[in-house]
Design a protein around this ligand. Structure first.
Ligand code: PMP
Length: 364
């Protein structure tokens, strides 16, 4: 009697666009049972505030009901917080979910999507799933977005451009004047997505603020998230701010009921507790500055970090460095052959990381 496997059944036809997609690789977790700190996913090391947790738990009592599909309370709270019309806000399952909706709304086979490389690894994956072609513009030798080359890469097929600011994983920032010059060069029918996932950690006074830039530019869409500064990565809430046609397209492409009610309530409560949460961000920024000074003092070249992470260009030493960090009790994020991205965590984790970096440098 042949088993079903032996019969070599015909498989459903899957889209060719999916061939070769590597799949998203999450940062490795800390090993169970050891004193290990996870610095591999740019998470916030602080647990939820009791008041925020309380709202999420209260909302969980209605798990038998679907959530508010339009996130009415949350979009109203965001509109109030940022001084933008509520109709300009669209929410999604993390900002990565919103990025996927933006591609669904703009690009498909035959179209092109431009982004810097290296940048956030979801961009190539989501672009390939959409069927559009990726146009990767290499970072400059100084690890900066090459905005002139990105503008020059626009063709009649370009539908969307991702600009990650600050850039993940290099951490550095585009300033307002250079970003404005770039936006002036991009044709108005091409959507420019300013991914500002780490905005709250930015301290450079010349930083571009997408929420100012988008106001008189209908082709600019700003992406923000509750995952980083607000510490709600596990609840999956992101949002976009854009003019109404783009925001409306995001409402059409949204997964129905994608943002759960506990997530919505926790996000609203976080906006209510913003002063306290931003004090935590200040503490992380102070730790970031301490880590940066420590690394530079050890002789490392580090691009100016404006997110909650630092970038070490390690080339072929990348995996050895990651292994040395593992042994020291901190899990970092290696990009093989390129470098390691290290999240700024609690002070004791940062101490372990700095010690491991110093030892590696001495040995190397
Ligand atoms: N954009 C950037 C630049 C990121 O680094 C991340 C998370 N690593 C995201 C978007 C997605 O975050 P989330 O989906 O949790 O909002």
């Amino acid at each position: 009697q042949p088993s079903s496997q032996d019969r070599n059944p015909v498989m459903p036809r899957l889209r060719r666009a999916l061939d070769g997609i590597p799949g998203y690789r999450p940062g490795r977790p800390a090993a169970p049972g050891t004193v290990t700190y996870k610095l591999s996913s740019n998470e916030n090391p602080y647990p939820p505030l009791p008041g925020v947790l309380g709202e999420a738990v209260r909302a969980a009592e209605s798990f038998n009901r679907y959530p508010d599909m339009f996130c009415t309370g949350l979009t109203a709270a965001l509109a109030g917080r940022f001084g933008v019309p509520q109709s300009h806000i669209a929410t999604g399952v993390g900002s990565v979910g919103v990025a996927q909706q933006l591609l669904q709304a703009t690009a498909g086979p035959g179209d092109e999507v431009i982004y810097a490389w290296r940048s956030f690894e979801a961009y190539p994956i989501l672009t390939q799933i959409s069927g559009a072609a990726s146009v990767r513009v290499p970072l400059t030798a100084g690890e900066e977005h090459d905005l002139a080359a990105m503008a020059a890469a626009v063709t009649g097929r370009t539908r969307l451009i991702f600009v990650c600011n600050p850039n993940n994983p290099t951490g550095n920032l585009l300033r307002r004047a250079e970003l404005e010059r770039f936006l002036d060069r991009v044709p108005p029918e091409v959507l420019v997505v300013l991914d500002e996932a780490y905005r709250e950690f930015v301290r450079d006074p010349q930083a571009a603020d997408g929420l100012e830039l988008y106001r008189d530019r209908p082709n600019v869409c700003v992406l923000r998230t509750f995952s980083k500064a607000y510490g709600l990565a596990g609840l999956r809430v992101g949002f976009a701010v854009a003019h109404e046609p783009v925001a409306e397209a995001l409402r059409k492409t949204a997964l129905p009921f994608g943002v759960t009610q506990p997530a919505q309530e926790a996000a609203i409560a976080s906006l209510g507790a913003e002063a306290e949460l931003l004090r935590r961000v200040d503490a992380l920024v102070a730790e970031r500055d301490r880590v940066l000074a420590g690394l530079r003092g050890q002789g490392w070249t580090v691009p100016e970090p404006q997110g909650n992470f630092v970038w070490l260009r390690l080339h072929e030493a990348t995996m050895d460095f990651a292994a040395a960090c593992d042994e020291a009790g901190v899990v970092v994020r290696p990009f093989p052959g390129e470098g390691c991205r290290v999240t700024v965590g609690e002070p004791e984790a940062n101490d372990l990381f700095l010690a491991a970096a110093a030892a590696f440098r001495k040995a190397g």
